[in-house]
Design a protein around this ligand. Structure first.
Ligand code: MG
Length: 243
């Protein structure tokens, strides 16, 4: 069985990986669940996750790229067309000319299918200005707890999930949609909340809940259910059938 989860704000603790992440991995092993990370982070982060943790698949860049372990090697599959990438590059040049290079995320190196803007230290006013500019350029956007991502073409966590399940896991999409769990914390998890029948929003999702058309089936509350604390507590209860 597979368990699907966002990473930042969901499997972290105040933005860091701490000992509870390893407690979570042990819990997965005990419950015979295989983790698939579904994140807005760049391809290089996916390669890192597969290199150092017991993970065979990650959907990165919000669904634009799949990272897979195959016969002991780590490879990737870029899910966008060449002309979409060329248009993205043109828009990126315009954004740089307008706002400067410093607005781009710290994990931008090696990003292929999208670009990300660091939200930390960006005023609400500036963010709105950037969003309006991107919208004028015809870019699609999605916001996580850390980044504003933009891209050209068809990219979403749900599309990445469908591709992974059908072509890499060779499993029935409808069955997985019904039987798997997804954890997330932000607006960029919305298509995954729509995709999975059983999804969980950790309690730090509360501030963006009002923006979501598709909400997680279970929304956790309380400080103890923030980020990975909520994931661990939910998994412990879920396995015993008490949600
Ligand atoms: Mg997140």
């Amino acid at each position: 069985m597979y368990l699907f989860s966002d990473f930042d704000g969901t499997l972290t603790s105040q933005g860091k990986i701490d000992q509870r992440f390893f407690e979570f991995l042990n819990l997965l092993r005990a419950q015979k669940l295989q983790l698939v990370v579904v994140s807005g982070r760049s391809l290089a982060w996916g390669q890192f996750l597969l290199t150092h943790f017991p993970i065979d698949y990650a959907i990165m860049e919000g669904g634009g790229v799949l990272v897979c372990r195959h016969q002991g090697r780590i490879g990737f599959d870029l899910l966008l067309e060449k002309n979409d990438l060329e248009r993205l590059e043109l828009i990126t040049e315009k954004v740089i000319a307008q706002f400067g290079e410093e607005i781009f995320s710290d994990d931008s190196l090696g990003r292929l299918s999208d670009r990300a803007i660091e939200l930390q230290a960006l005023s609400e006013e500036k963010l709105e200005e950037i969003k309006a500019f991107l919208s004028q350029c015809g870019a699609h956007m999605s916001q996580s707890n850390i980044h504003l991502n933009f891209w050209v073409g068809q990219v979403s966590k749900a599309l990445g999930l469908r591709k992974l399940i059908e072509q890499y896991l060779n499993l029935d999409v409808e069955k997985l949609r019904k039987n798997s769990l997804y954890f997330g914390d932000s607006a960029n998890d919305e298509t995954a909340f729509e995709f999975f029948e059983n999804s969980v929003g950790v309690s730090n999702i509360q501030s963006v809940l009002g923006q979501l058309k598709f909400r997680p089936k279970y929304v956790l509350s309380g400080q103890e259910n923030e980020e990975i604390g909520g994931v661990i507590e939910f998994l412990k209860k879920y396995s015993t059938g008490a949600k």
